[in-house]
Design a protein around this ligand. Structure first.
Ligand code: TPP
Ligand code: MG
Length: 895
């Protein structure tokens, strides 16, 4: 219907003429349909642009629901019974937190996040989230982490969790088990699939998961399906840079399998998300600008008649003016206040609500609490094609907690309710709990045969089973892959290669293998050329959902930049975080899809554990498998790049991640042994571990693997004797530990010591201080707990038990690394490492600066011999001179 009143007010246009224009447009819409009307608008806009009239860009639509009431369709569920189920879940979620905090008031937990998200979740559970079955892979759902009590409470009604388990919420260490605070697959491997509690991780993980699903389809590794990836986020959470950082990837890739639901309760932990602005409008602009389909769910059904009456658009304008701080205030205020604040600005608005009592005004619902509005939005999102969808749903934080919490700034932290507050909650949601039981706050589950339980079960049955459910679905690999790695065990016959090149050679071999070739997922953040991987562009192609729409500039070369729809390399561009989430998707595909994809994510080492460690932590929680490769590694091995690039940190940063095996190999055969064994452990034996391997760009001849069965074992356990001294006579003895590129400095020192100082030194390759350390503390712990039994001996002690002489270690990482194992050594350890900021210079200068070169190793060995009284100080002093060491040089840690 045409709105004459607004026509009359447009300045400078003849109302009659405008009326005719509008009528013509209406006629096109009526007779030719929406598509034609849209086309007409597009043409007019283009015409205006050619005439120099650029219509003002607006990223926002008015502050109303995107789906008007007359387009929302029918709600297919039984609204009444769904409301009852939801109320029971609300109660149990609340009871879980309240009870846990009665036992221990420090145990924490959150009530108000789920209170705001309940309808958003429940509509999904009853109508959308599909379980994983034999026939269908199922949907992937990232639940807002702090809303976990609601997911547990539902699983309790579903009969999947017991009252005892609920009782032990946040008390996982109880003898009979408990429930983890937040979604943690490590702690509840049959239940949670995706850890979401570190804000900002799940939106990024969801985007790359959705894209990875497409990748698997385009490469014919899994069948095409219409499975969806849902991510439920907080509105405050969107301030994390990771949350919005990759949204253009999702639209660029047309990820219509991806749906974000932002729970816009306008609050975060401390207070309003945007007190002086509007978070919904801000997010709308950002997502629309990025090409997403945006659906706003702001107002519940009881607003519909008001908007119907709002022919002048006054109400819409008024709502558009108000800031979030004001909206939040409405929640805690009276109906009279709402009348005055929202409608009191214009007599016409006041008239609109004159027949609505205060109480009804106060309880006008938000869109995100109205199942019909939420259903319509989800339906539209699921049916939408061509781009991802974000649903911006307005809710109330602490919904239902009444005066004690609803909309209050303190609500996020609230964990306790007094009896009066419990009574109100109980009555408001109609929970069949008597007054005299309130103090106990018992859980409530209706009998199995009740309509509620039957309905809930039937809905889940129709949707393919319970969500979330986690299960490792893949079948173990069978082959041992000896042949793939054999050539790397025999050395490079004098050819100088870097360990990076050696690794790329192995990757190429693996890609050709009939069993694992297809499963390998090389991931690289715009650094393939740095690592000499460009030959793989041509061999297996770079994945692009569009193939290659252009002729690449280097098409005439052998190794041209080949993009292909079935390309295998994930060339992610400059995003270590995005690449890591691809790694997570590929590294967990054995559970998500039942497919053993083997990710190899190679990156500039300094920008890994240092930059994206929280994602790596989440990968561990998710039981991810695969290989992280820190390229251009080492503080002194990466020449020229300086302070921000030279990495002497990562092997220390790898220590805390329990399932991460970290190796700093020096030679190609060491890498071959580690990767081959890693594939066996992860994909054959099903261990939930992953690997961090540093690879360097310093080229040298790769030696063959020394003979003897203990070598392979030692490489994996963390150390082995690489070259023993040939001088058996000398009284001056030493054991030198080298790692990675610094192993060669140790070998040089071995020669200097022998030739110049008559010291016979054995050189060990320490491939993993972390492995030695873990073995040491594990053994020590066992001994502590078994005092009467024969003590076990840490591997590092076994290695050194008969080794004579002083002990010196040199690494391209912090001195802390070798010092980790010093307590299990038979004698003092002198540790050389690279503590301090890097510098841009060549390797030789850097190794002098950080005091890790062969001269310093020699000096440290002589000094230790002095400590043992084997040589005198004058000899060491002279050595300093002979070696050309500046004794007064600055300490690299301090400059
Ligand atoms: C990276 C990170 N920083 C801080 C926190 C602590 N934290 C937990 S919930 C929360 C507020 C969440 O607000 P919002 O995203 O709006 O969710 P709501 O509870 O309002 O639904 C904060 C700061 C966290 N979990 N993760
Ligand atoms: Mg919030």
């Amino acid at each position: 219907m045409t709105d004459n009143s607004s026509v009359a007010r447009v300045p400078g246009i003849d109302p009659q003429e405008l009326q005719e224009w509008i009528e013509s447009f209406d006629a096109v819409l009526k007779e030719e349909g929406t598509e034609a009307a849209t086309l007409l608008l597009d043409r007019l806009r283009a015409r205006a642009q050619t005439l120099g009239i650029g219509p003002a860009f607006t990223a926002n639509t008015p502050y109303v629901n995107t789906i008007p009431a007359d387009k929302q369709g029918v709600f297919p569920g039984d609204q009444e019974i769904e409301r009852r189920i939801k109320s029971l879940i609300r109660w149990n979620a609340l009871a879980m937190v309240v009870r846990a905090n009665r036992v221990d008031h420090s145990i924490g937990g959150h009530i108000s996040t789920y209170a705001s998200a309940a309808t958003l979740f429940e509509v999904g559970f009853n109508h959308f989230f599909r379980g994983r079955t034999e026939e269908f892979e199922g949907d992937t759902v990232y639940f807002q982490g702090h809303a976990s009590p609601g997911v547990y409470a539902r699983a309790f009604l579903e009969g999947r969790l017991s009252a005892k388990q609920l009782e032990n919420f946040r008390r996982e260490l109880r003898p009979d088990g408990g429930l983890s605070s937040y979604p943690h697959p490590w702690l509840m491997p049959d239940f949670w699939e995706y850890p979401t509690v570190s804000m900002g991780l799940s939106p990024l993980m969801a985007i790359y998961q959705a894209r990875f699903n497409r990748y698997l389809e385009d490469r014919s590794i899994k069948p095409k399906t219409n499975a969806k990836v849902w991510a439920f986020l907080g509105d405050g959470e969107t301030d994390e840079p990771e949350s919005l950082g990759a949204i253009t990837l999702a639209s660029r890739e047309n990820l219509d399998n991806l749906i974000f639901v932002v729970n816009c309760n306008l609050q975060r932990l401390d207070g309003p998300v945007r007190g002086n602005g509007k978070i919904v409008q801000e997010l709308e602009a950002v997502f629309r600008g990025a090409g997403w389909n945006v659906i706003k769910v702001l107002w519940g059904s009881d607003w519909d008649p008001l908007f119907d009456r709002d022919v002048d658009g006054l109400l819409v304008r008024r709502l558009g003016e108000m800031v979030d701080g004001e909206f939040q205030k409405l929640v805690v205020e009276t109906g009279a206040y709402v009348r005055q604040q929202v409608f009191g600005t214009d007599p016409r608005l006041l008239k609109m609500v004159e027949n609505i009592p205060d109480e009804a005004l106060r309880t006008l619902r938000q869109g995100g609490h109205d199942p019909r509005k939420v259903y319509a939005a989800y339906r539209a999102a699921v049916d939408h094609t061509g781009s991802p969808t974000v649903i911006l749903a307005r809710t109330i934080k602490g919904y239902g907690l009444g005066e004690s919490g609803e909309g209050r700034n303190i609500t996020h932290q609230q964990k306790k309710l007094n009896e009066e507050e419990l009574r109100e909650f109980r009555s408001r949601f109609g929970i069949p709990i008597n007054d005299d039981q309130l103090a106990d706050t018992p859980f409530y589950r209706p009998p199995e045969e009740s309509r509620e339980i039957q309905y809930l079960r039937a809905r889940r049955r129709d949707l393919g089973g319970y969500v979330p459910t986690r299960k490792a679905r893949s079948k173990p690999l069978v082959a041992d892959h000896d042949a793939l790695f054999r050539e790397f065990l025999t050395g490079s016959e004098g050819r100088e290669v870097s360990t990076t090149m050696a690794f790329v050679g192995m990757l190429r071999q693996m890609l050709r293998d009939p069993e694992i070739g297809k499963l390998v997922v090389p991931i690289v953040p715009d650094e393939a050329r740095t690592f000499g991987m460009e030959s793989l562009f041509r061999q297996v192609g770079i994945y692009s959902s569009r193939g290659q729409l252009y002729e690449p500039v280097d098409v005439h070369t052998l190794l041209y930049y080949k993009e292909a729809k079935d390309g295998q390399i994930l060339e992610e561009g400059i995003t270590e975080a995005g690449s890591m989430t691809s790694f997570i998707a590929a590294g967990s595909a054995y559970a998500t899809h039942g497919i053993n994809t083997i990710p190899f994510f190679i990156y500039y080492s300094m920008f890994g554990l240092q930059r994206i460690s929280d994602f790596i932590w989440a990968a561990a929680d998710m039981r991810c498998r695969g290989f992280l490769l820190g390229g251009t590694a080492g503080r002194t091995t990466l020449a020229g790049e300086g302070l921000q690039h030279q990495d002497g940190n990562s092997h220390v940063l790898a220590l805390p991640i329990p399932t991460l095996w970290a190796y700093d190999p020096a030679f190609a055969y060491e890498i071959a042994v580690i990767i081959q064994d890693g594939i066996r452990r992860m994909y054959k034996d099903g261990e939930n571990i992953f690997y961090y391997i540093t690879v360097m760009n310093e080229a040298y001849a790769m030696p063959p693997m020394p003979p003897g069965p203990e070598i392979r074992d030692g490489i994996l356990k963390g150390m082995y004797k690489y070259r023993a001294s040939e001088n058996k006579e000398s009284k001056l003895r030493a054991q030198i530990f080298g790692s990675g590129a610094i192993l060669r400095e140790a070998l040089k020192a071995q020669e200097i010591l022998q030739e110049k100082y008559g010291v016979a030194a054995d050189v060990w390759s320490v491939t993993s201080y972390k492995a030695l350390y873990i073995d040491g503390i594990h053994t020590e712990r066992w001994n502590l707990l078994h005092p009467a039994e024969k003590p076990r001996v840490p591997y590092v002690s076994q290695c050194l038990s008969d080794a004579p002489g002083v002990l010196v270690a040199a690494t391209d990482y912090l001195k802390a690394l070798p010092n980790l194992v010093s307590k299990w050594l038979p004698r003092r350890l002198a540790a050389l490492g690279t503590d301090g900021f890097g510098r841009s210079d060549g390797r030789e200068a850097l190794r002098n600066f950080f005091e890790v070169d062969s001269r310093f190793i020699t000096l440290a060995t002589l000094y230790e011999l002095l400590q043992d009284g084997k040589i005198d100080a004058a000899a060491v002093k002279k050595a300093i001179q002979d070696l050309g060491i500046d004794a007064e040089k600055a300490n690299p840690l301090l400059v």
